[in-house]
Write a protein that binds this ligand. Structure first.
Ligand SMILES: Nc1ncnc2c1ncn2[C@@H]1O[C@H](COP(=O)(O)OP(=O)(O)OP(=O)(O)O)[C@@H](O)[C@H]1O
Length: 472
């Protein structure tokens, strides 16, 4: 077998062994430098770079171990093999702890020496490739940004900074779409595990059997369909972070298993008797009130206390005054912009789906808008209705008698408007473009009105909101 050329530094005080080895290796095509002691070796390393160095342990003056320490201090990037005589294995072990990659016991054949040098060179190459890949991955991993300026979110971000450096479990609570996963990623990125794996599982999205096999892995044949051994997410996340979303949905049968991992890191794959130990930081999220789940007997109390050490509660979007405009601008691509009425409507809305819903609304509006201006016509019905009904504050419904008076008036005005619009539509033979022109309104406005009229037959329809929509 031919080995591609290796750049070797051989440091050996026995002249015979050093010179014979160097000649043999050179004949095999390798580039060999030789030194009889540590000082000579250091001199050579100032001028040359090598893939592999072979240090005799018992060098005169500076020992092989000291030379290794200096090489490491000088951060010289090469693999080091220690050469030991019989009975000096302990020192060889010390050398390996200091970063030598291998050791060989003398006397050794030249073939062995070459083979070990080739292995060391390949290992070094892999190590360098690995750290390059890690650097590429961490550069391409987007930095999590928690867009915010509201007071409650400032408190959340402060907590993120406090809990990030610990390795304790974190529980994140909040309605769906409030940004629990964003916060979990921010905790990971600001902590000491930033360059370690961040693995996620959503307990609500998987059937019970699958949650178990995803989390803990399985042995081949442990259930129908287990055609091969499979590591679980705990093993994959070992050394890093596991984000367990919707932990409130974790099946009761799995809760003791999770508790064990949290207590001492031990776990077993499904169908295996082999105990494994993992070191994983758990960040869990829930949109349920877990204390209520405990009271209802659906969530183990001991597990609840284990994961509820550090808790962050995300406020719903409707309670984050000041965040909405910032989020709109963040998610609205250039060159789109929203007009003042839209901004007001978005600010008034209650956002049951929180930030996720806001992103959808913004994306949808950019698709529907005619130009780059997003208007009320580009917003979903429920938001327009909400704004029209004044539920957000301006024009909000008054109390008692006042409401009744306004409702009575609006109903009559609504009827008038409806019959007028329908009359114009009929006289234009159902042509909506023509009808809108005659009425002096935008075609989309006409569609909205017609939809409203269709609904007005429904007794629950809020007549006041219809009236305001017609006269606006
Ligand atoms: N403060 C924020 N800044 C920037 N983006 C955010 C913020 N909050 C949420 N998002 C974005 O909103 C979307 C939903 O967020 P995320 O998935 O973190 O919510 P969640 O609370 O985990 O939802 P669920 O409970 O449904 O899993 C994502 O696209 C996320 O990037």
């Amino acid at each position: 077998m031919t080995v591609s050329p290796i750049r070797i530094l051989l440091v050996e005080d026995e002249d015979d062994f050093r010179e014979t080895s160097a000649r043999w290796m050179t004949r095999k095509g390798h580039h060999v430098l030789t030194a009889a002691n540590g000082a000579e070796a250091q001199e050579l390393l100032r001028e040359h770079s090598c893939d592999v160095a072979v240090f005799d342990l018992n060098l005169p003056g500076m020992s092989g171990i000291e030379l290794l320490q200096r090489v490491r201090q000088d951060k010289i990037d090469m693999e080091v093999i220690m050469l030991t005589g019989q009975g000096t294995i302990e020192s060889a072990v010390t050398a390996m702890k200091l970063g030598a990659c291998d050791f060989l016991t003398k006397p050794c054949s030249l073939g062995d020496l070459e083979h070990h040098c080739a292995l060391a060179r390949d290992r070094g190459k892999l190590r360098r490739e690995n750290s390059q890949l890690k650097a590429i991955i961490s550069r391409s991993r987007p930095t999590v940004e928690i867009v915010h300026q509201s007071e409650p979110m400032k408190q959340v971000v402060k907590m993120v900074q406090k809990v990030a450096p610990t390795d304790k479990p974190v529980l994140i609570q909040g309605e769906s779409g409030t940004g629990k996963e964003v916060v979990a990623r921010a905790i990971q990125q600001h902590g000491s595990l930033a360059d370690k794996p961040f693995v996620t599982i959503n307990c609500a999205a998987l059937p019970e059997q699958l949650v178990e096999s995803e989390l803990f892995g399985h042995q081949k044949g442990s259930f129908t369909g287990a055609t091969a051994d499979k590591p679980g997410l705990f093993e994959i996340a070992d050394g890093g972070t596991l984000f367990i979303d919707e932990i409130g949905e974790l099946p009761p049968a799995l809760q003791p298993k999770l508790l064990r991992v949290l207590e001492d890191g031990s776990m077993r794959r499904i169908g295996s008797h082999k105990e494994q130990v993992v070191n994983v930081r758990i960040i869990a999220a829930t949109n349920r009130d877990l204390s209520k789940e405990v009271q209802a007997g659906r969530f183990r109390e001991d597990l609840y206390y284990r994961i509820n050490v550090l808790t962050l509660t995300l406020p719903p979007l409707r309670e984050r005054h000041g965040d909405l405009d910032l989020l709109i601008d963040h998610f609205l691509p250039v060159p789109w912009h929203v007009d003042a009425a839209v901004r007001q409507a978005l600010n008034q809305y209650s956002w049951p789906g929180n930030v996720r819903q806001l992103i959808n609304v913004v994306q949808r509006a950019t698709i529907l808008s005619d130009g780059n201006d997003i208007t009320m016509d580009d917003l979903p019905r429920e938001i327009v209705d909400f704004a029209d009904s004044g539920s957000g504050g301006t024009g909000s419904t008054g109390s008692g008698g006042d409401q009744r008076t306004r409702a009575g008036r609006s109903l009559r005005l609504d009827d008038v408007a409806k019959s007028h619009v329908l009359h114009v539509l009929e006289s234009n033979k159902g042509n909506k473009a023509q009808t809108a022109r005659v009425l002096g309104i935008h075609r989309r406005k006409l569609y909205r009105l017609l939809e409203r009229f269709a609904q007005s037959d429904s007794p629950e329809q809020d007549s006041e909101s219809q009236q305001e929509a017609i006269v606006d």
